[in-house]
Write a protein that binds this ligand. Structure first.
Ligand code: HEM
Length: 429
């Protein structure tokens, strides 16, 4: 089942205006396996966890990232880890992996705490309504700089945030274009994308050049330089990590702060956990050390998964949901939808961190970080970072929703951000 071709123009308009609502309505109407009437091989929206596991995990080698979504992202990141559809992706992953190993992660916890303290210096000393969304973006960017590049990105922060932000918006427009335009055509969109890319290039090449003149170091940048990759390949990985590593974490933090402002007893439990901790947070052991806070983070990522859509294209014939599908089939998988399946999550719109207090193994109906071989390389980094930042903020501040509160709606860009910001009342405790 799926929409008829004549309904697709209306569908395109809605995809542009509110893609999350469109996905919800499409699944509600047609079920767990939806075929879109596109020219050529079919495009399928998959919401059955078994089909999802098959595409992302068990048959992963037959499904590539050669899709509209990742081609658009690749226009800015180049074939970096996230967008790469090439088999040599695994070599790049191996080169970057030591930067995310347990020992290394546990060593960077203190840098994340320092970055948070630096950000909190400007927070008010009396109750005030503060838009926390831009603050989380700046903080997450600062963390990427300190921990992965040993660089102070704050001096470039404004330029970098502007470049990534405008690149992100352009990537989204490209990904939603009804008629794909070749990259070489001098359209306004292509020209603006080239400018955003040039800005990111200049900054990254500067970072690489500066580092080549010194000892390599065991952070991500040092590892990439040591691994013998070319400057262009390292540049692609840096842009990838900057884009993938700051927007996602920033959006998740903003949503978490909102949910805790709405639920003061959940917030109080986080504060109690923060105060009860005797030593520093161990980035890789947050589930044991701070079970409630980790459950809060896990539940936020269920309700507001920053990576709201994931796509793949089949290299060869496969069978999905009992149907044969030809090579070239596009699979669209939406964590936003899977995390709202009533079959998996009773009262799916409710914020109930206790769902995650019982540990369970990997499941295909909960995939904020993806599953299978292309699982997010920054998963543990992000989870540890969020717990540290929340502990630091809530130890010193109480959060409440301002008068006349209504939740910002999620705006589905590269990550799902709060549209129009996240104004919360912060009061020193
Ligand atoms: C991959 C989500 C944080 C770097 C992914 C994927 C998801 C995801 C869903 C898989 C995409 C797919 O299968 O198509 C998230 C979320 C984050 C987060 C929700 C934060 C809450 C980070 C951080 C970094 C990072 C902090 C790095 C600093 C990457 C990279 C990949 C990736 C490089 C590609 C891995 C590969 O294909 O080998 N992320 N991510 N992410 N993520 Fe994250």
């Amino acid at each position: 089942p799926g929409p008829a071709a004549r309904d697709m123009m209306r569908g395109f308009r809605m995809i542009r205006a509110n893609p999350l609502r469109y996905l919800e309505q499409t699944r509600a109407r047609y079920g767990d396996l939806v075929a879109f009437p596109v020219p050529g091989p079919p495009a399928l929206l998959l919401s059955d966890p078994d089909d999802v596991r098959q595409v992302l995990q068990t048959s992963a080698r037959h499904w590539t990232k050669d899709t509209v979504q990742y081609r658009a992202l690749g226009r800015v990141t180049g074939p970096g880890l996230l967008a790469s559809s090439e088999p040599n992706w695994i070599e790049h992953r191996r080169a970057a992996a030591p930067a995310f190993h347990h020992q290394r992660l546990d060593a960077v916890g203190a840098q994340i705490a320092d970055a948070t303290d630096a950000a909190l210096k400007d927070w008010p000393s009396a109750p005030q309504v503060l838009d926390v969304a831009p603050l989380t973006l700046q903080l997450a960017m600062d963390v990427v700089g300190r921990t992965l590049l040993s660089a102070d990105l704050s001096i470039h922060a404004q330029r970098l945030l502007e470049a990534t932000n405008s690149a992100a918006k352009l990537i989204v427009r490209l990904g939603r274009a009804v008629v794909p335009v070749p990259p070489s055509w001098p359209t306004p969109l292509n020209r603006r994308l080239a400018t955003a890319r040039r800005n990111l290039d200049a900054l990254c090449l500067d970072l690489i050049e500066t580092r080549r003149g010194t000892a390599a170091g065991d952070d991500l940048l040092g590892l990439l330089i040591d691994s013998g990759l070319s400057d262009q390949e390292i540049r692609d990985e840096l842009v990838t990590m900057i884009v993938a590593g700051h927007e996602t974490v920033a959006a998740s933090l903003a949503w978490t702060l909102m949910l805790l402002a709405e639920d003061e007893s959940a917030q109080e439990r986080v504060r109690a956990e923060a105060r009860g901790l005797t030593g520093p947070v161990c980035m890789t052991a947050t589930a044991g050390q701070a079970p409630w806070t980790r459950a809060v983070v896990d539940e936020t990522l269920r309700l507001y998964p920053p990576a709201w859509v994931i796509s793949r294209r089949s290299r060869q014939p496969d069978r999905i949901g009992g149907h044969d599908v030809p090579p070239g089939t596009t699979a669209i998988i939406s964590p936003w939808l899977l995390h709202r399946r009533t079959e998996s999550w009773p009262a799916p719109e409710d914020f109930r961190p206790e769902r995650f207090l019982q540990q369970s193994g990997p499941r295909a109906d909960y995939l904020p970080f993806g599953i299978g071989p292309r699982l997010c390389i920054g998963r543990e980094f992000a989870l540890g970072e969020m717990v540290i930042v929340l502990f630091r903020i809530l130890a010193d501040y109480r959060l409440q929703v301002p008068a006349g509160w209504s939740r910002p709606r999620p705006e589905a860009l590269i990550a799902a951000h709060p549209h129009g910001g996240m104004p919360l009342t912060v009061t020193p405790v």
